[in-house]
Structure formats: C-alpha cells, structure tokens
Design a protein around this ligand. Structure first.
Ligand code: PGA
Length: 260
C-alpha cells in the first residue's frame, strides 16, 4: 500500500500570533523549493488555539499544501464548559486534525486515559477532524520494562468503545525522548522499531486496520535524526515539536527529507 508520509509540526506555545505568517511562509517556501522530492509528503501545522484562524488565512494566501491541526480540544461540542474549546469550532476555523493526549497535557494538567478516550470518541463521532493520539512511556516505566504494558493500556483506553472507520493518527512519543535539548538523549529509529511494531500489533488486535492507521514517531526529531525514521519505513512520518518552530532547522529537515 502506498502511504503518504505525514509530517506534523507541533508548535506548542512557541509561536506567537505575530510570528505565524513568518514561520508559515518559511515552511511554504521550503515545501515549494523541494516540491518534486516532497510531493509524496503531507504536512500539518498545529498552532496554539489563538492563532488557528490566522494560520488558516495565511496558508490560503500562500496557497501552501499545509493542513492545520489543533493541539487539543474538549470532549463535548457545546455546553457549560467554561474555558474549553469545542472541536466543532476548530472544524469551523478550518482545522482538519486535532492532537489528543499529548504527554505535556497528561503530565502538566493531569489529562487521564479516560479523558483521552472521550476526546477521541467525540472527534470520531461528532466531527470530521482526524485525531492524532499521543502515547508513550515515561523514563521510569521504560527502566522498569513496562513500555509495552503502558502502550497497551493507553491504546486500549484511547479507543475504548470506538469503531475506527476512517484514518486515525497514533503518535508514539516516549516522554523521555521529548525536548531532549533539556539534557537527555533522543530515541533512535532502531530503538523505536520494537515499540512501533507492538503498536501495529495492538491496533490490528483492536480492529484498527492498516488502511485506517498512520503511526508516527515524535520526540526530539531534527534534521539529524529524521531520515532513518521515514526513509527505512520505520514510521509513517513524524510529529515534530521544537525543530518545527526554528525555520533554519526545519528547512534543513525538509532538505534531508528531499534527499534521494
Ligand atoms: P520535540 O516535541 O520535537 O520538541 O521533542 C515533540 C512533541 O512533543 O510533540
């Protein structure tokens, strides 16, 4: 099966509204420059909520082949939920993807497996947004040999009572490998292979067919590390945080993807 590798830029809270045009223009220019080599790739930018409308307008003006995703959403589409963001509003704004269960939300604001499940269910049943479900073990779980049980638990919860009939994206993001500029070592494509195969096995067991699942890697992906993940078919693409907000670095990453 021919699958388009998916490159998702998770801007986190690092690109203020005033810089959205600048970052998108650089990304669009990079994609245009390597358009032949990158024609098989799909690109998604995930700005923070307050910049989504601006990003959508900017991409339309640039006529760039970039989709827009949100970094989170609430699990209801409307009601008395002060401060929350409806996935229907995200859709209205022009998003086509939505990240769910990112490790920063799980650890910093205590998002639970049950909440991730409610969000996945809402996205799949009440919207046309494609969920990007983040899973991954932390350092202690990895050291204790619990990687597989953590991945299994997170997948089982995320897709509980869900029948997947359209594409879902699953991002394997080992927590210890995220933002490793803070000191630890990123994961290599070779280290990732076992977990990646395990995720595919579990998805198959849960009835998420290969045609409906895109499984990505995320965690300190840079121009130095991207190629083995996509070139050797380890992963269907990558979820890129910090490197996607640095236009020089992201251009170098596109150059690496474009290499024969
Ligand atoms: P990173 O972030 O590339 O900065 O490690 C990835 C992510 O958190 O999605």
């Amino acid at each position: 099966m021919i699958r388009k590798p998916l490159i998702i830029a998770n801007w986190k809270m690092k690109v203020p509204r005033s810089r959205v045009d600048y970052v998108l223009r650089a990304l669009a220019l990079g994609i245009k420059h390597y358009r032949k080599e990158l024609e098989d790739y799909s690109f998604v930018a995930c700005p923070s909520f307050e910049s989504i409308d601006h990003a959508v307008t900017s991409i339309r003006k640039l006529r760039a082949p970039i989709s827009v995703g949100a970094q989170d959403c609430f699990w209801e589409t409307s009601g008395a939920y002060t401060g929350e963001v409806s996935p229907l509003t995200l859709e209205e704004l022009g998003c086509t993807y939505c990240i769910v269960g990112h490790s920063e939300r799980r650890t910093l604001v205590g998002e639970t497996d049950a909440q991730v499940n409610k969000k996945v269910r809402c996205l799949l049943t009440k919207t046309s947004l494609t969920p990007i479900v983040c899973i991954g073990e932390n350092r202690a779980e990895r050291s204790a040999g619990k990687t597989r049980s953590v991945l299994k638990r997170q997948l089982n919860h995320a897709f509980k009572q869900v029948t997947v009939r359209r594409t879902v994206v699953i991002a394997y993001e080992p927590m210890w490998a995220i933002s490793t500029s803070r000191g630890s070592k990123p994961m290599t494509a070779r280290e990732c292979r076992g977990a990646y195969e395990f995720i595919h096995e579990q998805c198959q067991r849960m009835g998420i067919s290969r045609a409906h699942r895109t499984v990505l890697y995320g965690g300190s992906v840079s121009h130095d590390t991207i190629r083995p993940f996509v070139a050797k078919g380890v992963s269907d693409g990558a979820l890129i945080g910090s490197a996607s907000t640095d236009i020089v670095e992201f251009n170098a990453l596109l150059r690496m993807l474009a290499k024969p």
